[in-house]
Design a protein around this ligand. Structure first.
Ligand SMILES: Nc1nc2c(c(=O)[nH]1)N[C@H]1C(S)=C(S)[C@@H](COP(=O)(O)OP(=O)(O)OC[C@H]3O[C@@H](n4cnc5c(=O)[nH]c(N)nc54)[C@H](O)[C@@H]3O)O[C@H]1N2
Ligand SMILES: Nc1nc2c(c(=O)[nH]1)N[C@H]1C(S)=C(S)[C@@H](COP(=O)(O)OP(=O)(O)OC[C@H]3O[C@@H](n4cnc5c(=O)[nH]c(N)nc54)[C@H](O)[C@@H]3O)O[C@H]1N2
Ligand code: SF4
Ligand SMILES: [Mo]
Length: 901
């Protein structure tokens, strides 16, 4: 870093917490980021991913130029190809033969323009978004209960609550700054209670007073039981119910009586735990129920949402400080997408596509020639339609469906058969790009300008602080260019983001007067200058009013025709029978330090150090029965497809359930796209797929050899049964395994090692040790003083300290003794093996923490003082606590391979 710097106030591009970021750009081009102390979402905090943003800004892997048919093209040629292709398809097959598939990660401006083009000008509602995989059940549940998609509360409620119930939410890893806010609130108010409802024990459970490890998809039984309990114990708010709701009697009837034993049986919980939970809720008016993908991503997701909302409506615990239901959003602009009507069944500004008045209002506001008249296809159905030829042209923007949609191999097949696939992305390391006829380079975080809305309805600016690289352009610009070429120029002639927001604001206030929740009329005339300095605010913000904090529904005022909320009658569905061939339930989700398909977080060495391989969490008893040991490789298979991943045997998993993270793609692993395995079953109301429940078979994958390598050059064209690649300082780490028949120290293995080391292209000094009897080999080569890499091969999963080996490339020149030591898997001198990395900010490992603990530093605070671990972003604090708690059963080296925290 050199010289002076310019600091820009912007917003983190990852999760829906929506933290404010101060990005400083120095004269020499370096960038640093820190939390914005003035942003109300985070008050200066950032998690591990936010803190590592500066490490993901390099232009390596950036998509910088448009291309058509695999050849570089000018923007003009590429836009022509898109508009010609769309126009021709529409002329020949009608507007429903084309589609847009967009994302909760594009800005409100991009989203508004995409939606306007498709629904108002092309005249089809075939625009859907990855929010269908994420928030659709919450949207549907909100609309059933409130008549609108309204999140009633604010983040402050989490701090003001006396009880927080987290349902299907791994908040510690997925909304870390909110989790930290709860942690901090608990330090000042130790009586704040936390309950976690999740079939597996997650990092979030470290802070929980009660963990309800329920059977998958039995949440409706749990919350119906709670409603019945509250009713039977006199815990309902009759006044609120009578004044502001309808449907209680029917909902109670559907819920049945509160038979704790029967509920315990249905949910797989101990009766005592169910009773404890119910009485905690009954006696705590200030209860917030936070829910996320364990609720939404289910074939009964909408019913789960309404079962939760029923308990809040019946107690009047909604919209008051410290109480309410709280659906936390995943993506940075999931809320913005809902506001502009990005889902196939919604209209802009929270209007309803199926409501003729709303359609007429939007049509006259847009002066649109042809409005969509009926809902379009929802994501899973959209790709089915691509597959069977009903959709012949699709534009995908800001999402990677070949990895993130269920039945992902089917999605790949659909795109392969589709006559026109357009993909707008920022990265070249995206599996979906392989299917694109036209590739459009988008402006990335740090370059683009606009608005995002976080989980608490707070709209913040994302601002550029870097020049646009190559020919990257804003997504809205590309959409508007295509609209213009399709003949709609006048309606798409904005000069910049602020023009688009002003138009959107005018639409939100059009004939509104409090009849719709979403109103940002205050921005209707915003100038570019005012937009530039716009501070974060919560909607609604009607014209002529001051911006302020807001909650909804404490005094009713729902957006149904009679302004009453609906309690929706929901019933627990019968348990799904598992076929003998597929006896396990596959659950999927996230890890702490990666974002989705890793196209950005995967570039950071620090973030990759936490968990460097795809894995399957399974219970020790299941592992025992299947003959699977820690660090073995396992195949997880459904009728749709399979993955090959590392076994992580842990008590955190429930018996009969396995968990595989969603992040690994073909860019970084041989066969770990977990959505290839996931079934495309959807919720009948919301169309959201049940991504947390697929019946699967799990088997041990027999391997002839296992390997581990650190390599200066990124290996390409890896022809190995299993491999997984991650960046490290000055190079790459590679885990691999081969199942090919081979003899001990098969010469082919030696060839492989040499190839990995680049020896066929002239490395100089090679040292190798082979043990034919054991069937193991170790190889390392140097060019001058620089280590090219080291490769370790063995019959068993290689037991070499990964943290030690990953530091080798960055070490200075080595003596012969050091070199030999390296082959022996020994550290030359200096720092002892840190073990699997826990704190990514300071690269502190589990073994560091264990050593400190043996020296008497046995509390989280003491570890922070001696090692600094957990004192920067704080994302690892729950893992440090869990390590300290579990220190008696320390893990051995074999576990170092499958090190998932
Ligand atoms: N580090 C990180 N953070 C992220 C993201 C990321 O990629 N990485 N992505 C962001 C996005 S888009 C989203 S949507 C959010 C998701 O945030 P979360 O929803 O918190 O994360 P998930 O890991 O998808 O799933 C949450 C939990 O649901 C549990 N679950 C599974 N089945 C059931 C069930 O039947 N009932 C209940 N009660 N629970 C169940 C799973 O075991 C899992 O622990 O995270 C956001 N934050
Ligand atoms: N099995 C399973 N599957 C899941 C889930 C699960 O829990 N389990 N979760 C689901 C959920 S909740 C979600 S949100 C999805 C997420 O799934 P995806 O949306 O497919 O995942 P990302 O990796 O975030 O994809 C974003 C893409 O946009 C690109 N990009 C980034 N910035 C920009 C930009 O400004 N413009 C453009 N045009 N492109 C940009 C990135 O490089 C990347 O390729 O996955 C869903 N799939
Ligand atoms: S919690 Fe982390 S990922 Fe989410 S917005 Fe804040 S810094 Fe970004
Ligand atoms: Mo999401």
């Amino acid at each position: 870093m050199a010289g002076s710097c310019v600091t820009t106030r912007t917003t983190c591009p990852y999760c829906g917490v929506g933290c404010g970021v101060l990005a400083s750009r120095f004269e020499d081009g370096t960038v640093t980021v820190k939390g914005d102390p003035d942003h109300p979402a985070n008050l200066g905090r950032l998690c591990s991913k936010g803190s590592a943003l500066a490490e993901t800004l390099s232009l390596e892997d950036r998509l910088l130029f448009p291309s058509v048919g695999g050849k570089r093209a000018s923007w003009d040629e590429a836009l022509h190809a898109v508009s010609e292709g769309f126009a021709r398809t529409i002329a020949d097959h009608g507007p429903d033969s084309v589609a847009l598939y967009v994302s909760g990660q594009i800005l409100t401006e991009d989203y508004y323009v995409a939606n306007k083009l498709m629904k108002g000008f092309i005249g089809s509602a075939n625009i859907d978004t990855n929010s269908r995989l994420c928030m659709a059940s919450s949207v549907a549940g909100h609309r059933r209960a409130f008549g609108s998609d309204t999140v009633p509360g604010t983040y402050e409620d989490l701090e003001l609550a006396d009880l927080i119930v987290l349902v299907g939410s791994n908040l510690a890893w997925c909304h870390p700054v909110l989790f930290q806010r709860i942690e901090a609130a608990r330090r000042t108010r130790p009586n704040l209670r936390l309950v976690v409802v999740d079939p597996r024990r997650t990092a979030t459970c470290e802070l929980a007073d009660l963990h309800l490890k329920l059977k998958p998809d039995t949440d409706v039984a749990l919350f119906n039981g709670l409603l019945a309990f509250l009713h039977e114990s006199g815990g309902l708010n009759d006044r609120y119910v009578n004044l502001h709701t309808s449907g209680l009697a029917q909902a109670l009837e559907a819920a049945g009586s509160c038979d704790i034993r029967a509920i315990a049986e249905a949910t797989g919980l101990a009766p005592q735990d169910v009773a404890t939970f119910y009485s905690m809720v009954a006696r705590t008016p200030k209860t917030v129920t936070v829910y996320s993908q364990g609720v939404n991503q289910s074939v009964c997701g909408t019913d789960k949402v309404n079962a939760i909302l029923n308990t809040h409506l019946a107690t009047g615990r909604i919209g008051r400080p410290g109480s309410g239901p709280f659906s936390v959003t995943g993506q940075p602009n999931a809320m913005g997408g809902r506001e502009v009507g990005g889902l196939a069944n919604m209209l802009a500004a929270h209007m309803d596509l199926e409501n003729p008045d709303h359609r007429a209002l939007v049509q006259s506001f847009w002066q649109s020639p042809r409005m969509a008249e009926r809902p379009g296809l929802k994501a899973v159905d959209m790709f089915r339609a691509v597959r069977d030829g009903r959709i012949k042209a699709i534009w995908i923007m800001g999402t990677n469906p070949v990895d993130s949609l269920p039945d992902a191999d089917g999605v790949a097949e659909a795109l392969r058969a589709c006559p026109l696939v357009v993909v707008s992305d920022v990265s070249t390391a995206v599996d979906t790009l392989a299917f694109a006829h036209v590739r459009l380079p988008a402006a990335a975080w740090g370059e683009k300008d606009g608005m995002v809305t976080n989980s608490e309805r707070r709209m913040s600016r994302q601002k550029g602080f870097l020049p646009l690289p190559g020919e990257a352009r804003a997504d809205w610009w590309a959409l508007a260019q295509v609209a213009t070429r399709l003949g709609f120029g006048e309606a798409f002639a904005w000069q910049g983001s602020s023009d688009i927001i002003a138009e959107f604001a005018r639409l939100s206030m059009e004939r509104n007067q409090g009849s719709r929740d979403f109103d940002i009329g205050a921005l209707a005339q915003i100038t570019p200058e005012a937009f530039d300095g716009l501070a974060p605010f919560q909607w609604p913000w009607p014209a002529g009013t001051p911006a302020g904090e807001s909650r909804f529904f404490a005094d009713g005022g729902f957006f149904t025709p009679d302004r009453r909320a609906r309690l929706v009658s929901v019933r627990q569905s019968a348990p799904r029978k598992l076929e003998r061939r597929y006896p396990f339930v596959l659950n999927t989700g996230r890890i702490r330090d990666q974002w989705h398909t890793m196209t950005r977080t995967g570039k950071s060495e620090r973030l990759s150090a936490h968990i460097a391989e795809p894995y399957a969490e399974l219970h020790p008893d299941d592992a025992g029965l299947l003959g699977i040991a820690a660090a073995d490789l396992v195949t997880v298979e459904s009728p749709h497809g399979k993955v090959l991943v590392r076994a992580l045997v842990t008590e955190r998993a429930a018996q009969g359930n396995i968990f595989v993270p969603m992040h690994w793609t073909d860019q970084v692993s041989s066969k770990a796209r977990v959505d290839a395995v996931v079934a495309p079953d959807t919720d009948p109301v919301s169309g959201q797929p049940g991504l947390k429940f697929t019946p699967v078979a799990v088997t041990r994958a027999e391997m002839q050899h296992y390997g581990f390598a650190v390599l200066r050059e990124k290996p390409v064209d890896l022809d190995l049964t299993y491999w997984a690649l991650a960046p490290i300082r000055e190079g790459w780490r590679l885990e691999f395994a081969c199942d090919g028949a081979s003899t001990p120290c098969d010469p082919a293995l030696r060839d492989l090692a040499l190839r990995l080391l680049g020896q066929d292209s002239g490395g100089e000094d090679l040292i190798s040790v082979e043990d034919r009897h054991a069937g193991s080999g170790r190889y390392a080569s140097w060019t001058g003083d620089r280590l090219d890499g080291a490769v370790f091969v063995s019959r068993e999963p290689v037991a070499v300290s990964r943290q030690w080996a990953c530091g080798l490339l960055a070490q200075p020149a080595q003596s012969l003794t050091d070199r030999l030591g390296l082959l022996a898997g020994r550290s030359a001198a200096g720092r002892p093996d840190p073990g699997p990395i826990v704190c990514s900010c300071f690269q502190i490992g589990a073994k560091d923490i264990a050593r400190a603990a043996t020296q008497g530093h046995v509390t989280l605070e003491a570890i922070g003082q001696t090692l600094r671990a957990g004192t920067n972003c704080g994302s690892c604090r729950s893992e440090i606590s869990s390590l300290l708690n579990a220190l008696q059963d320390q893990q051995g080296d074999r576990h170092d391979i499958a090190q998932a925290g």
